[in-house]
Design a binder for this molecule. Structure first.
Ligand code: ZN
Length: 225
């Protein structure tokens, strides 16, 4: 068993992944719905704070920053801390495959503050927005959306605008200036482990950027894709 402290301060205990979890992670249906990661987190979470039998609901209650940290920790204890990536250069005249190795120990984590509920005044309309952190429930709803828009995640985090639940119309009518300010404000309070990988193509210098957890090498090292 392994103990870790999540970015929100919760102490968790995990066990390493087994064949059962590999089965779940290779099930395309479960992957598409986002259920695979939730099931793996639930299976491998032995303790969450004082809770010695974390339920699926407990897993979904966790902030997204905590959930990603858990996933990285699980990867580390199950498959080691070195992740080999093969990033294809997006430059159409290049398409060189860049091999990179990332050490999970070197990722930076920003702890969450104690606040769970935030208010922000939009600069243009002067409306007051109440919003929260992204959590597993929201991630699940996002994964179920047929056509997620650029603002789906932002909308989901909004609790009220001028003390009323946000309607789709209020969100789409919001000026770009207000939307941009709100997005920046939400980003400001975001915390957790930073899994962004940036590099430059060794052949043409093009900027490469990805998220570790979206790369096959993160959970399936050595698999042929
Ligand atoms: Zn290139």
């Amino acid at each position: 068993m392994y103990n870790i402290t999540l970015p929100s301060g919760i102490e968790a205990e995990i066990r390493e992944m087994t064949g059962a979890e590999e089965e779940i992670l290779t099930n395309q249906r479960l992957i598409k719905s986002g259920a695979a990661i939730n099931q793996v987190l639930k299976n491998c979470l032995v303790r969450l704070g004082e809770n010695e039998n974390p339920s699926m609901n407990d897993v979904l209650d966790l902030l997204s920053g905590d959930r990603l940290s858990l996933l990285v920790a699980l990867r580390k204890v199950s498959l080691g801390h070195e992740v080999s990536l093969e990033l294809m250069c997006p430059n159409p005249t290049c398409h060189e495959v860049n091999a990179l190795t990332i050490d999970l120990e070197s990722l930076e984590t920003k702890p969450f503050s104690q606040d769970r509920d935030f208010t922000f005044q939009l600069p243009a309309s002067k409306r007051t927005v109440r919003y929260r952190h992204m959590d597993g429930h929201m991630e699940k709803r996002l994964a179920a959306l047929k056509e997620p828009s650029v603002s789906s995640a932002m909308t989901m985090r909004v609790v009220t605008i001028d003390e009323k639940p946000p309607t789709k119309k209020v969100m789409t009518d919001m000026t770009l200036r207000d939307r941009h300010a709100l997005r920046n404000e939400m980003e400001r309070v975001n915390a957790g482990i930073d899994t962004t990988v940036t590099s430059e193509c060794f052949a043409c210098g093009q900027r490469l950027r990805t998220r570790l957890e979206s790369e096959p090498g993160f959970l399936f090292p050595g698999a042929a894709w």
